[in-house]
Write a new protein. Structure first.
Lengths: 223, 310
């Protein structure tokens, strides 16, 4: 899933400082799963914004709505009535959401309430880790099913580098696993260490963002 | 003797004589005189001087310019190049430019992660890694082709090197990774600073057993301790650096003003031991911001005067 975290309320307050009425829009997709932008978080953020502005003596009206998803135009539509006389929308979807809202309402300011951090998953309750960088050409089959692009600090194709110590990466002060250590251990367990004997060639990054913003087209679905 | 680049370093190694390289880092500013001054100590005691490329991800004046300054001083450079800051377009371009300026030794590295440097907010590149950079330069040199397949008009004649760290983990994979670098084009490797002689000996034995030392020259990395503080710092804070307590005790055992001398004594002993090891083809001395002491270390180790080659 796309993992996102809340922006500090102070940052959001600064973005909407000239507004008298805003809509806080959540999303029932990934950000609900990672507890940052679902119905519950919409309620919490709305209350925090109201309270802060009340204390500041500049009351703010906040409407709340949680979209089925914010990455499909049809699910943005239900906001039409709510945004009518709003001064702005604060979207707490991943950063796709505010952009869909911006596309639908050309004259309405929209602000992100979250920082989208990575594509990943939960490691334990309250902890999420990065697993994918959407490079567009998955190569993890060569590496025991583990991704060096996203999970090696240097995206090495021929690791581990000299900074791998005791299974940990030198970046992150011991909090990050050296993915190359894990790749090595896994291929050893699988009896496939020979996969690591030859230099891994040049990766084609044109399928990644380096080739420009990407569009995926499935002709059979367009018919 | 078949030569790829015909550098002095290549000639000395291929002649079977022990080589000496020293490291010299450019300053954090445009002060060329400062760099010339540091390099001047190394002129007659090293076969080639290794110029770091923004080491520890700290901005310094560039390796290419520093190498040109060395050439003008009559010193043979080994240009270091890291893949952290440049993509394949810039890397290949710099290799061609370096060759055009007369640089003949190239050390291909991935580089320290930018989070350790003075610009941790920087965007890193990592289009290639060190192994891929080796393969790219070898391709330009031997096949006359860039990564894209584009023909190179005027091939860069580079003697290619890489780094190895026998002290990182997983230990048993370290020689396999070295073999990978050799397969990709490394003709010489220089090691991370060696303090744990036992582990290094084990590494060399594995490299010898795999036949790697017959395909690639190993320059053993030595960094003299300036003080017990430095030794402790390296032990505690430099990842993958194994500093045995015996050295720390030895430095502690002498008065503070004598610690530098003791550090130098240790380095000389290490060099002598390393040169005895099978497969060690030379020494890479990294006297960090202590270049002026390199001559006495190398003299005491019996490595000066340096051999002359045509």
């Amino acid at each position: 899933m796309v993992v996102a975290e809340s922006k500090p309320v102070s940052e959001i307050l600064e973005m909407i400082k000239d507004c008298k009425k805003v809509v806080v829009a959540g999303c029932k997709g990934c950000v609900t799963v990672c507890n940052s932008g679902g119905e519950k978080e919409v309620g919490i953020l709305a209350s925090e914004l109201r309270l802060a502005r009340k204390v500041a003596g500049t009351d703010l009206e906040v409407l709340e709505y949680t979209c089925e998803r914010q990455c499909d135009p049809e699910y943005i539509e239900p906001l039409d009535d709510l945004v009518k006389d709003a001064d702005a929308v604060v979207s707490i979807a991943c950063s796709v959401g505010p952009q869909y809202i911006a596309a639908r309402y050309p004259f309405l300011p929209v602000f992100p309430g979250l920082n989208t951090v990575f594509i990943g998953g939960a490691a334990e309750h309250g902890v999420w880790k990065e697993y994918c960088q959407a490079c567009g050409q998955c190569i993890i089959g060569d590496f025991g099913g583990l991704c060096p692009v996203a999970r090696c600090a240097k995206s090495l194709m021929n690791g581990p580098c000299g900074g791998s110590s005791g299974g940990k990466c030198e970046v992150g002060k011991g909090t990050i696993d050296c993915i190359w250590h894990l790749i090595y251990e896994r291929l050893k367990n699988l009896g496939q260490l020979s996969r690591l004997e030859n230099p891994w060639g040049f990766k084609n990054w044109s399928t990644s963002r380096d080739g420009g913003p990407r569009t995926m087209i499935r002709e059979e679905l367009r018919k | 003797m078949t030569l790829t680049a015909g550098s002095k370093l290549e000639k000395i190694l291929k002649s079977g004589q022990k080589a000496v390289t020293c490291e010299c880092g450019p300053p954090r500013g445009a002060d060329a005189e400062h760099f010339r001054h540091k390099a001047s100590f190394l002129k007659d005691v090293a076969d080639a001087v290794n110029v770091t490329d923004n080491q520890t991800a700290v901005v310094r004046f560039c390796s290419l310019a520093a190498c040109r300054i060395l050439l003008d001083m009559g010193i043979e450079p080994v240009m270091q190049m890291v893949t952290r800051d440049m993509n394949r377009i810039a890397l290949q371009s710099n290799v061609l430019g370096a060759a055009a300026l007369g640089i003949k030794n190239l050390l291909c590295l991935t580089g320290d992660h930018n989070s350790f440097g003075d610009h941790p907010q920087a965007k890193n590149v990592h289009d290639l890694d060190s192994v891929q950079l080796l393969a790219a330069v070898r391709g330009m040199r031997d096949d006359g082709r860039m990564i894209s397949g584009t023909e190179v008009v005027g091939r860069p004649q580079m003697f290619l090197g890489a780094a190895v760290n026998p002290f990182a983990d997983p230990f048993e994979f370290r020689v396999v990774r070295m073999a990978k670098k050799v397969k990709a084009g490394a003709q010489f490797v220089q090691t991370q600073c060696i303090y744990d002689m036992e582990r290094f000996a084990k590494f060399m034995q594995m490299a010898n057993d795999m036949g790697l030392t017959e395909q690639c020259y190993v320059l053993a990395g030595v960094t003299p301790f300036k003080s017990v503080g430095m030794a402790n710092y390296m032990k505690k804070f430099v990842p993958g650096m194994l500093v045995p307590d015996s050295y720390i005790q030895r430095l502690k055992g002498v008065p503070k003003e004598k610690q530098a001398e003791e550090g130098i004594k240790i380095a000389v002993e290490q060099i002598q031991q390393l040169l005895e090891m099978k497969g060690v083809a030379g020494i890479h001395l990294m006297a960090i911001e202590w270049e002026e002491r390199a001559p006495e270390i190398l003299k005491a180790a019996g490595l000066v005067p340096r051999p002359q080659v045509d």
